[in-house]
Design a protein around this ligand. Structure first.
Ligand code: NAP
Ligand code: MG
Length: 397
């Protein structure tokens, strides 16, 4: 008897090697065990191109309606991809579109398996990263300046009144200039999302910014985060956790010497960069999970890695591949378990924990893909192909 998942989950398909893995996970690990209503959106690059990217917007709207989504990795087209897939244009990153529509915070957490030691010896517990997923560099406007001239920031109040102007730079020759923004509301919801997540994980929060240099922009983040942390003091004490503000460079230095176990709250760009550092430090991008949490309670789960293009080209040539599916499996279990929590169906949540434990034990018993086999201790005699790994998990389940 399949376990019944009460309410729908939004499923977003993707590209290349992860699209192949996606299908295998769904057919072999999910659908045989669960009766589940998946609202399917094909975010594969061809379908995004065919729909002028409307499908991405529709998927984000569906997440707002159903509150839980699971997403496969997708191609963010650059000039080379436009050529490769004969695209109408360089469509924006689906993740960026979804993030700005949900105004969310992205949390990344590595999956720890005993026989894959971290690159940093002191890291014994997961380092979770909370990335503010709105604004800054990612919604900036920029200009290449090719002649001497003055660049200014101008703010014009909507209700009339004096515009405010700041000179950014007097250019004597060519250069570049950029304008970035954020909003109090988004910063506040970022802080609240981090606080919620830290309370649930019973993890300290570290927040780093560069307020010594950027006294107003970064200072604003520090102040708002501090206010929210102050308001949550009672909850922190009850959970036995702490909030620490530090300079971003100090945070980086301390994280590397720490045992882990904290939620590291990062501004958008810091989170982008540091999550890749932390992911490779814990072994492989294939072990890093990611969830976008919006302030009004929507959740989108995915693997942190991309579409693994190199492996896909090998697959297309008919060569065997050994692509790690662990983070993609955990995207599915994360979403379905969240659905189970929201629906109050503990059997659904329990199934997800069982699947996760099966995956971890499979790797700990020495069955793993090539990326892990290269760094595991002890080293397994051989590595599993993409399909073999999923088949072993399916059998054990
Ligand atoms: P990537 O797909 O993450 O892969 C980079 C390299 O990391 C791979 O070539 C592989 O190394 C290793 N790797 C990543 N995931 C792995 C896994 N599950 N198992 C084994 N090895 C893994 O990043 P990319 O090559 O920079 O980007 C490829 C495409 O993905 C791009 O079109 C990009 O736009 C897109 N992307 C999408 C997302 C998303 O949708 N969330 C995120 C990032 C990138 P080896 O080659 O050494 O085996
Ligand atoms: Mg990145």
């Amino acid at each position: 008897m399949p376990i019944i998942v009460k309410n729908p989950i939004v499923e977003m398909d993707g590209d290349e090697m992860t699209r192949i893995i996606w299908q295998m996970i769904k057919e072999k690990l999910i659908l045989p065990h669960l009766q589940i209503d998946l609202k399917y959106f094909d975010l594969g690059i061809r379908h995004r191109d065919d729909t002028d990217d409307r499908v991405t917007i529709e998927a984000a709207e569906a997440i707002r309606r159903h509150h839980v989504g699971v997403k496969c990795a997708t191609i963010t087209p650059n000039a080379a991809r436009v050529k490769e897939y004969d695209l109408k244009k360089q469509w924006p990153s689906p993740n960026a579109t979804i993030r700005s529509m949900l105004d969310g915070t992205v949390f990344r957490k590595p999956i720890i398996v005993k026989n894959v030691p971290p690159a940093v010896r002191s890291w014994t517990r997961p380092i979770m990263i909370g990335r503010h997923a709105y604004g800054d560099l990612y919604t900036s406007r920029e200009l290449v300046v090719d002649v001497p001239g003055r660049a200014e920031l101008v703010f014009t109040p909507a209700g009339g009144g004096q515009p405010r102007t700041v000179v950014v730079h007097e250019f004597k020759g060519p250069g570049v200039v950029m304008g970035m923004h954020n909003t109090d509301a988004s910063i506040r919801s970022f802080a609240r999302a981090c606080i919620q997540y830290a309370l649930a994980e019973k993890a300290d929060i570290w927040f780093g910014a560069k307020d010594t240099i950027s006294k107003q922009y970064h200072g604003r983040f520090r102040d708002i985060f501090g206010e929210e942390a102050e308001a949550a003091k009672g909850g922190f004490a009850a959970a036995g956790i702490q909030y620490r503000y530090m300079l971003i460079d100090d945070a980086v230095a301390q994280v590397v010497k720490s045992p882990g176990g904290m939620l590291w709250a990062c501004m958008n760009y810091d989170g982008d960069v540091m999550s890749d550092m932390v992911a490779s430090g814990f072994g492989s991008l294939g072990l890093m999970t990611s969830v976008l949490v919006s302030p009004d309670g929507n959740y989108e789960y995915e693997a942190a890695h991309g579409t693994v293009t190199r492996h896909y080209y090998e697959h297309q040539k008919g060569n065997p591949t050994s692509t790690n599916s662990v983070a993609s499996i955990f995207a599915w279990t994360g979403a379905i378990a969240r659905r189970g929590e929201l629906d109050g169906t503990p059997d659904v949540t329990a199934f997800c924990r069982r699947l996760e434990q099966t995956v971890i034990r499979t790797v700990e018993d020495g069955v793993m893909t090539k990326d892990l086999a290269a760094i595991a201790d002890p080293r397994p005699g051989k590595h599993a192909t993409t399909g073999e790994f999923i088949d072993v998990v399916a059998q054990r389940l």
